[in-house]
Ligand binder design. Structure first.
Ligand SMILES: Cc1cc2nc3c(=O)[nH]c(=O)nc-3n(C[C@H](O)[C@H](O)[C@H](O)COP(=O)(O)OP(=O)(O)OC[C@H]3O[C@@H](n4cnc5c(N)ncnc54)[C@H](O)[C@@H]3O)c2cc1C
Ligand SMILES: *[C@@H]1O[C@H](CO)[C@@H](O)[C@H](O)[C@H]1NC(C)=O
Ligand SMILES: *[C@@H]1O[C@H](CO)[C@@H](O)[C@H](O)[C@H]1NC(C)=O
Length: 341
């Protein structure tokens, strides 16, 4: 049998990691990533990239936790390798703080991150408006480095990257056996999935190299995430807002909220404004589908709708999509044998 021709639509963190996972696990296949935007122009490029997963109403918590654990383990291995700098992945410690007691004192992901504990009274004294907090160590995956690194690895194994907008997945039917749909928010238009919608996020990327510790005010949606090449200050969650232009008023608000938590930020410099639209959905869409038209068929594996936690679960999600691709290949082989009989 010829090599299986696989197209991955989308070049955000979900598409690129899925392409890399397929290329390294699936035997005898060629992978082509097709996307209208590549790094640095995807939503994934705007993400702060802190590994803290979100809960999805329609995806079981144990599934999200498994994806998170797989992602955490995978990136931890990169963080302790010589690739850490090129991949932009490193450990970061800090606090998440609350103005009133959270409904769940211990989040579902507490035993995946490292050294999770309640903050002490002394630590909390720094934040007079907050009554409770957690201290832990997690990973930061700086997508401005991670996405180019993934791209080099995908290219390096002989796979293709094409810049192209897809209006309908069926366009790919004559040239590919399997299409993996990692189009994020693009799925609304592409697959007619009205369940996926934008949640706008605006952040600032600033130079403040003296900051080493993250602070996440869960009650106020304010965060300070130090990374290798900049500190990300946030944020906003604006449902249904498609505006990709930064709003100066919002930037001033973010900056002053962050300075209240961390006054040294007044000295931050080289401030850049960034906007991204999170592909929000009640549950992540991760499933296979056989599309048939006029007696022809196309195997499709969907992997989109990761909302505000896509970086945190991308590798687990890519591994699951890869398993589904393998199932499609079994089905293809079975039908190829049947048609020969
Ligand atoms: C401000 C902000 C901060 C965030 N911080 C974090 C964080 O700290 N931790 C975390 O885990 N998550 C965070 N997120 C969420 C994270 O960014 C997303 O969950 C993740 O980027 C989704 O990845 P994706 O690959 O599905 O989507 P995208 O990055 O949007 O990629 C989709 C790709 O599909 C392509 N595409 C779409 N439609 C088509 C089409 N019709 N034809 C061809 N190509 C198409 C696009 O060009 C793009 O390449 C943050 C998001 C924002 C906005
Ligand atoms: C990103 O967008 C800018 C501005 O639209 C464009 O000039 C650049 O070529 C894009 N980069 C890639 C890799 O597509
Ligand atoms: C991805 O799948 C969804 C749901 O089937 C669909 O609406 C969307 O158009 C698909 N994306 C692409 C690029 O075809």
């Amino acid at each position: 049998m010829d090599a299986t021709r696989i197209a991955v639509v989308g070049a955000g963190v979900v598409g690129m990691s899925t392409a890399m996972s397929i290329a390294s696990v699936v035997p005898r296949c060629s992978v082509t990533v097709i996307s209208d935007k590549f790094t640095p122009n995807t939503t994934s490029d705007v993400a702060a990239g802190i590994l803290i997963p979100q809960a999805y109403p329609d995806t079981p918590v144990h599934t999200v936790k498994r994806w998170f654990r797989e992602t955490f383990d995978h990136l931890s291995a990169i963080a302790r390798s010589a690739d850490a700098v090129d991949a932009g992945v490193h450990l970061v410690s800090g606090w998440q703080i609350f103005r009133s007691m959270p409904s769940e004192e211990v989040p579902f992901w507490a035993d995946v991150v490292l050294g999770f504990r309640k903050m002490t009274e002394t630590e909390l004294k720094r934040f007079p408006q907050h009554v409770f907090g957690h201290a832990f160590t997690t990973l930061k995956c700086e997508t401005s480095a991670y996405l180019p690194w993934l791209e080099r690895r995908v290219r390096g194994t002989g796979n293709l990257l094409l810049t192209r907008r897809i209006e309908d997945l069926w366009e790919l039917q004559p040239s590919f056996d399997i299409v993996v749909n990692c189009s994020g928010l693009g799925s609304q238009q592409l697959a007619g999935d009205s369940l996926v919608s934008p949640v706008r996020g605006q952040v600032l990327q600033v130079q403040a190299p003296w900051l080493k510790h993250f602070i996440r005010d869960v009650s106020g949606l304010t965060y300070i995430y130090p990374g290798a090449s900049y500190v990300t200050l946030g944020g906003t969650k604006q449902k249904g807002d498609w505006n990709l232009s930064p709003d100066a008023e919002i930037s001033r608000g973010i900056f002053s909220r962050c300075c209240m938590l961390e006054p040294s930020l007044r000295r931050a410099y080289a401030i850049k404004e960034k906007v991204g639209l999170r592909p929000s959905r009640l549950g992540v869409c991760l499933q296979k589908e056989i599309v048939s038209r006029g007696g022809q068929r196309l195997f499709v594996v969907h992997n989109y709708g990761h909302g505000s936690g896509g970086i945190s679960v991308h590798w687990g999600s890519a591994m699951e999509a890869t398993r589904l691709v393998n199932e499609c290949i079994q089905d293809l082989r079975a039908s190829a044998t049947t048609s020969k009989l």
